[in-house]
Design a protein. Structure first.
Length: 625
């Protein structure tokens, strides 16, 4: 085709009008290599290979002759090579970006050949418009002593001009009425804090009432960084070659999963945002994880079953909070000792610390998890954990479980005031008391204190006024239950079950409301005196309490639904002199020292639907007239 055009030109201009040598001469291709500093194109630096045609034939590729640039990026992974080049705006990246190709240098020639490429990903450039909103919040009780406000900022991703709930990336809680809170967005230049620049969110209370936020009134701030590159979709790392391009991304618009790899270290200093779930799991050789600039995870942050993991840093660079919109799960790490690298993680739903056998915490460490409210808390199976690291936690909206932590000696929940669900403190072999709950006022679900072998008393909850139920079971050394001077309402049930050294109840002087009382298998128990003023119960069950001699501690009882008194070896008297009515079930059996004649008068008080049972007591004993 090229020669066809030459013939046409010759016919049109004549042979004298054309220099044939100049027309057909091919310019030589040329290249030039420059060092590329660490930055947006190559996170670890590398070389920029400039190429084009030597149009002036001077043997040097000039700046105006450059038609393409390929970046050969250094990686922190031995044997893995990566290249990148610019991508113009188009379907793949509407605003342009870069394409990253990586793989192992299998032939050791220092060049990433096409056959060696195992991962090709596009990083898109995005310009974001930040929006701001201030609104009165509805926090759990007690987080703020009065009105509370939250200031939020984030990118207008759907371009509707309104900051939607799903777009909030930075959050500043304020203990003040919303009409007094002022906030502003301040441009942040490119630098160490935000490599590509960003926005600072500043907030405070308008103390002088001038409608402006002065420097002296600004008492809270956070930063929202512009993304270097955005990966559209979910990203899975299975090999070192998959990891290399990830170092250039600051935002993942989906899930990020690093699972079942042979990686030994994971360093992603540029990553700031994961729009889905972040999962680091089942990496048997992984020892060190650092994501210091991570500031937002939309779903769960799951770190699980990394057998050799010793260092874990998530967020905290420049003391910035890492907001996790769902749960933080840290599970099955036998060598992880410190939580110091999680000091700035703030999950909005739950925290699950499970089966981290080497995990330690002492009060002199920097506070772990700067969070005042959670929906769920589970601390289970951490054999070396002696102190709970939640000193700032004020409220749990669901259940809280502290279970099977062999070395736990101090609950250290020194700010906790309320639990909407159940609070379970069970199977903690070294726990001697409940002294770490000085501000706890209410547990709407059951309070379960069970199977704590070293527990001596339940003392340590002086502010507790209500529990949905109180279950105390199988605490081998427990001697007294109570020492809760403000406890007024136990709600559904008080259950004392199988506590071999329990002597009784004490320090429950405010108690007024209990629905059901179950006292079973407590061989040394003699005193239930704090129950003596209760006028009515839905059920009273007393079984196999060998030291119990009478029921005088229920002297105030006037009405009961179910009355079950069974197999109490030394019971000699009932002493229920004020009882007027039994309306559900009546069972008084197998009390070998209880005169039957003291039990039969209760038949006159019984109005229940089932057949009453009074049997196998002491039929021979006489009763005083």
């Amino acid at each position: 085709m090229r020669w066809t055009w030459v013939v046409v030109l010759m016919l049109a201009a004549g042979c004298d009008g054309i220099e044939l040598e100049r027309l057909v001469k091919q310019h030589s291709p040329a290249t030039r290599v420059l060092k590329e500093p660490a930055g947006i194109r190559c996170p670890n630096g590398g070389d920029a290979v400039l190429s084009g045609l030597d149009l002036d034939d001077d043997g040097v590729l000039g700046d105006r002759e450059v038609t393409d640039t390929l970046y050969l990026c250094d990686t922190a992974i031995a044997g893995v090579l990566m290249t990148t080049r610019q991508v113009p705006p188009g379907e793949q990246c509407p605003r342009g970006g870069q394409v990253f190709r990586s793989g192992h240098d299998t032939n050791d020639n220092g060049v990433l050949d096409d056959a060696e490429v195992t991962r090709e990903v596009y990083g898109c450039t995005e310009a974001e418009t930040m929006l701001l909103r201030t609104r009165g919040s509805q926090p759990p009780p007690y987080v703020c002593p009065g009105p509370s406000t939250v200031v939020e900022a984030g990118p207008d991703e759907n371009r509707n001009g309104v900051l939607d709930d799903t777009e909030a990336r930075g959050r500043l809680p304020m203990c003040a009425i919303a009409s007094l809170v002022r906030a502003r967005l301040v441009p942040e230049p490119a630098g160490a804090r935000c490599v590509a620049g960003g926005t600072q969110l500043v907030a405070g209370v308008d103390l002088n009432g001038d409608g402006e936020l002065s420097e002296s009134e600004s008492n809270a701030s956070t930063y929202l960084c512009q993304p270097l590159h955005t990966y559209e979709g979910s990203y899975v790392v299975r090999s070192p070659a998959d990891l290399a391009p990830l170092a250039a991304f600051s935002r993942i618009r989906g899930h990020l999963t690093v699972a079942d790899t042979a990686l030994t270290e994971l360093h992603l200093p540029g990553l700031t945002t994961v729009e889905g779930q972040l999962t680091l799991s089942n990496n048997p050789a992984l020892t060190h994880v650092e994501l210091p600039n991570l500031r937002f995870v939309r779903e769960d942050l799951l770190v699980e079953s990394n057998a050799l993991l010793e260092t874990l840093v998530l967020g905290g660079a420049f003391r910035e909070t890492l907001w996790v919109e769902a749960n933080l799960v840290l599970k099955s790490h036998p060598r992880l000792k410190s939580l110091g690298g999680l000091s700035f993680v703030s999950p909005r739903r739950g925290v699950f610390l499970q089966e981290n056998d080497a995990l330690e915490f002492t009060p002199d460490m920097e506070g772990f998890l700067k969070v005042d409210a959670l929906l769920d808390l589970q601390v289970t199976g951490n054999d070396s954990l002696s102190v709970l690291p939640f000193s700032s936690l004020v409220h749990v909206g669901g259940n809280a479980r502290v279970e099977d932590n062999a070395a736990l000696r101090d609950l250290a929940l020194t700010s906790l005031r309320s639990v909407d669900g159940a609070l379970a403190i069970t199977h903690n072999a070294a726990l001697e008391g409940l002294t770490g709950l000085p501000t706890l006022e209410r547990v709407n679900g059951p309070l379960n204190v069970s199977h704590n072998a070293a527990l001596r008393t339940t003392e340590g909850m002086p502010a507790l006024s209500r529990v949905g139920a109180l279950l105390v079971e199988a605490n081998a050394g427990l001697e007294w239950v109570g020492d809760m001077p403000l406890l007024r309402d136990i709600g559904l049930q008080l259950a004392l079950l199988n506590n071999p050294k329990l002597l009784g109840l004490r320090g429950l002087n405010s108690l007024q409301l209990v629905d059901q009382v179950s006292v079973l298998d407590n061989p040394l128990l003699t005193s239930l005196k704090p129950l003596s003023e209760l006028p009515r119960l839905k059920s009273l069950t007393l079984r196999r309490n060998e030291s119990l001699e009478d029921l005088r501690d229920f002297l105030g009882l006037q009405e009961v639904g179910v009355l079950d008194v069974t197999e109490n070896a030394n019971l000699t008297r009932l002493a229920l002199d004020r009882l007027e009515r039994v309306y559900g079930e009546l069972v008084i059996t197998h009390n070998p020292r209880l005169p039957t004649c003291l039990a039969t008068p209760l038949l006159n008080l019984y109005v229940g639907p089932s057949e009453p049972r009074i049997s196998d007591n002491d039929d021979a004993a006489a009763c005083e007239r």
